[in-house]
Design a protein around this ligand. Structure first.
Ligand SMILES: [Zn+2]
Length: 343
């Protein structure tokens, strides 16, 4: 099959579009024909080596995949060839202490599609049958591919971890990203009011259109001051942070007392300073989270099918132009998700 893979770390130029080994479904596994695969920031970490693929190189990125069932290994039940599906990207062992506690996202053997296994920048991808979720005819492959990582992570962060309630205020960092564009909508669905940051003025209307009440260009305005002005000096109840560095450090200053900072990524840097005085004197909570749970994924798909949540697609590229797609995301030009589509 054709795939966009890399044999050494670096920038978009390291991606090769060429023949790649065909996935074969073993017992309990399904091979899915990829119809759409979304790019994610983690792809960039895998590609440039900040997060090297655990199984080594060559590697195929792509953790957000929708497609159709092609072949099934022995023992797979409840699925049929040609069926429309979307892949839940997380792999958990189901047997460790954390899985047994129901906290599968911190399984000691946790992994996800496109990182710990070859992913969806390919014509076909192999996954455990347990990760294959039937897809409603009312949701396009493109929309479905925008859900698995970015939207699910935002959902888990806001709904499960921060337990956002009606009337609360939420600061969403980087509204142009997949995570940010999802977080605005989910916070609104929870009944919260949203202030969002963007890195360029052309994303201001975009963020407003998703439901942000106030939008700040963080390159030209101080977002902490903007939050203070918007909340009458109070600060917000929740911050969704996925940038790291100074953005992380300053996000704490935007919180009100008893506020919650949820960190769900480190797209600029893995490091961030924390002013501990603010944390203890205001009784703040700093929560880390990654991905979400299968039942949350199914719940989100229902909201999408019914039109209450809308995956935001910026643009699509043919899989053969994966380099250009990656470069577009590396340059942060996207408003929402960027997809690659196999021919
Ligand atoms: Zn486990």
């Amino acid at each position: 099959m054709k795939a966009a893979f890399f044999k050494e770390h670096g920038g978009a130029e390291k991606l090769l579009y060429d023949d790649y080994r065909d996935p074969v479904a073993e017992a309990g596994e399904v091979v899915v024909r990829v119809k759409a695969c979304a790019l994610n920031q983690v792809d960039m970490l895998l590609l440039d080596g900040r997060f090297p693929p655990p199984e080594g190189l060559p590697h195929v990125n792509g953790c957000e995949v929708a497609g159709t069932v092609e072949t099934m290994g022995a023992g797979v039940k409840g699925l049929g060839a040609g069926q429309r599906v979307v892949i839940f990207p997380g792999f958990a062992c189901g047997a460790c202490e954390y899985c047994l506690r129901g906290e599968r996202t911190v399984c000691v053997r946790y992994g996800y599609l496109g990182a710990h296994k070859d992913g969806g920048y390919a014509e076909r991808v192999k996954v455990p049958a347990a990760n294959v979720v039937p897809l409603s005819d009312t949701i396009s492959f493109e929309a479905a591919a925008a859900v698995p990582l970015a939207m699910l992570t935002s959902w888990h962060a806001l709904v499960t971890q921060a337990a956002v309630r009606p009337g609360q205020t939420v600061l969403v960092q980087a509204a142009g990203s997949g995570v940010g564009s999802a977080a605005i909508q989910i916070a609104r669905l929870c009944g919260a009011r949203v202030i969002a940051t963007v890195g360029s003025d052309d994303k201001i209307e975009f963020a407003r259109g998703l439901g942000a009440e106030h939008v700040v260009n963080y390159r030209t305005q101080d977002f902490v001051e903007a939050v203070k002005a918007w909340t009458g000096k109070r600060g917000v109840d929740v911050v969704i942070e996925h940038i790291g560095g100074e953005t992380f450090e300053r996000s704490v200053y935007a919180l009100t007392r008893l506020g919650t900072l949820v960190t769900i990524g480190s797209h600029d840097t893995h490091w961030g300073r924390l002013d501990l005085r603010h944390v203890y004197s205001k009784n703040l909570r700093v929560i880390g989270t990654n991905l979400g749970l299968l039942h949350e994924f199914r719940t989100m798909l229902e909201h999408i099918a019914d039109g209450r949540l809308r995956p935001v697609i910026d643009r699509t590229y043919p899989l053969s132009e994966a380099r250009a797609a990656v470069q577009y995301v590396v340059e942060r030009r996207n408003k929402g998700k960027v997809l690659v589509l196999p021919a």
